[in-house]
Ligand binder design. Structure first.
Ligand SMILES: Cc1cc2nc3c(=O)[nH]c(=O)nc-3n(C[C@H](O)[C@H](O)[C@H](O)COP(=O)(O)OP(=O)(O)OC[C@H]3O[C@@H](n4cnc5c(N)ncnc54)[C@H](O)[C@@H]3O)c2cc1C
Length: 454
């Protein structure tokens, strides 16, 4: 019996028309030379369905590619030859929101923004916020340990995963932990799976930690005549004891590109800090005054405070459009993601700018400055072979610079296929070797996302 019939016989919903499969050959990474279609996209409705798919794939010696919304920047959910895609759009239920335990139990296909809205109704908060949270899934966020602008104060997805229900390479369903907020009973498998990019198994359900929703927030934009001034101002804010819930840095190219394609009334300055404070109403009043005082002393040329939440959300919405706007500059856009110790952030940005100027590559730099996490957005024309060559040189150098400054290849987007050639260079020799052994132990047949990381 062929594999598709066997899946249908087990009541697994599948899609196998070539035309329908085409969109599943891509994510948001560059298209690449070889377009590979999966044999089928499967739509499980439960962990038991996932179990059947994995067992069938094992029987027919096929590969499994897990896919949430497919917004990954690193070719993390592109199919390989002889692969089945597991798509989680039919496993999208919020199973429980528990006010007493401060937890939510969700299926992998739940959209991050939907979960945030849902828990908000209970006065609760799920802080991880990848900029594309209106479409990206919890499964994708866990597999990449997605971050976002709030990581400095609240951490990334890894800080909110308590327990996972996973299907392993033998097709067994197992729990990585218990639904408890503290647990040192053996190794921390939940953490191992979080950020493992779907290479160790298929995540079906997650128990997530929630916190109380802050009463109020304020959004402030501060402009500077240089990125160095902006960077010093960010250190002054942190050292003052203010702990912003978000602090993003945008360079002039990013500001101008947003203004060009999504006019938002922003000023064309060398650098901008976008700062969000949250807390009780009394807290916010005190903290906002202190913030403005620090910004003035730190040579901010212009300070704009959102009047209310609606205006604040408009500012964030413009900021979230940075990738989409950069994509309009040239036919192709690549978002990179490097992270260094915070003390080296000014050096990192200045070296990236010099590198791109010297090689005539268009870059819009933005990032979560308080985390030392920078996203250079490169606008490229891949059909221009000379530009493509220069871009590849810049990309290699970018990672050398980040590692040279004590940093590494990714703060939140992961390694995928795109950065695997740099992994052994970025990691300690033993760490790299242990990671390869872990992959072998959990997935001896290299069935799960086989082309990623190593
Ligand atoms: C415009 C834009 C803005 C973004 N902003 C941010 C940001 O601010 N912060 C940030 O961290 N990231 C960001 N990203 C990167 C990425 O989109 C997010 O990290 C997102 O959370 C991924 O979710 P997804 O559902 O699209 O996952 P996918 O892209 O579908 O999958 C991502 C990886 O997880 C694996 N995977 C998915 N589901 C499962 C599962 N159930 N079990 C096992 N493995 C699984 C996939 O195989 C793949 O390797 C952004 C991307 C875009 C396009």
């Amino acid at each position: 019996m062929n594999v598709l019939n066997e899946l249908k016989r087990q009541n697994i919903e599948i899609m196998d028309n070539e035309a329908d499969l085409y969109p599943y050959a891509f994510d948001t990474a560059p298209i690449g030379e070889n377009i590979i279609l999966p044999l089928a996209v499967t739509f499980p409705k439960s962990s038991e369905d996932v179990q059947k798919i994995v067992k069938t794939a094992k029987k027919f010696n096929l590969k499994i590619i897990s896919r949430g919304a497919g917004t990954c920047h690193t070719s993390g959910c592109k199919p390989v030859q002889n692969s089945l895609i597991i798509h989680f759009s039919k496993m999208n239920r919020i199973l429980e929101i528990n006010k007493e335990n401060l937890t939510a139990i969700v299926e992998s296909g739940v959209i991050v923004g939907q979960l945030q809205n849902e828990v908000d109704r209970f006065g609760l908060f799920f802080p991880p916020d990848p900029s594309n949270l209106k479409v990206s899934t919890i499964g994708g966020a866990i597999a990449l340990s997605s971050g976002g602008a709030r990581a400095f104060k609240y951490g990334t997805t890894k800080d909110y995963v308590i327990n996972l229900e996973v299907v392993n390479s033998d097709g067994e369903i197992f729990q990585t932990s218990k639904n408890v907020s503290k647990n040192v009973t053996g190794y921390n498998l939940t953490s191992l799976y979080t950020g493992s990019e779907g290479t160790l198994g298929v995540i079906c359900k997650a128990t997530l930690k929630l916190i109380q929703k802050p009463e109020s927030k304020s959004v402030t934009m501060a402009y500077f005549n240089s990125l160095k001034d902006a960077s010093i101002a960010s250190c002054n804010i942190i050292n003052s004891g203010l702990t912003p819930s978000c602090m993003d840095l945008l360079d002039k190219n990013t500001i101008d590109t947003i203004e060009k394609f999504n006019p938002s009334g922003w000023l064309s300055k060398e650098g901008m800090l976008l700062i969000e404070l949250d807390g009780s109403l009394a807290d916010i009043k005190y903290k906002s005054e202190k913030l403005i005082e620090i910004l003035k002393k730190s040579y901010a040329t212009d300070i704009v405070c959102a009047k209310d939440e609606i205006e604040g959300e408009k500012i964030w919405s413009a900021r979230r459009s940075a990738f989409a706007c950069t994509a309009k500059l040239k036919p192709n856009v690549i978002t990179e993601d490097v992270v260094v110790p915070r003390e080296n952030i000014t050096k990192l940005i200045s070296e990236i700018k010099t590198l791109c100027n010297e090689n005539n590559i268009t870059v819009c730099i933005m990032g979560h400055i308080a985390d030392g996490n920078i996203h250079p957005n490169f606008a490229i024309d891949f059909s221009n072979s000379d530009e493509f060559k220069r871009f590849n040189y810049v990309k290699d150098k970018l990672f050398e610079i980040a590692v040279g400054l004590g940093g590494t290849l990714s703060g939140e987007h992961g390694i995928g296929k795109e950065k695997k050639k740099y992994l052994d260079f970025a990691l300690d020799k033993n760490s790299y070797s242990y990671m390869k052994q872990i992959k072998k132990l959990f997935d001896p047949d290299n069935m799960f996302n086989p082309d990623l990381m190593f």
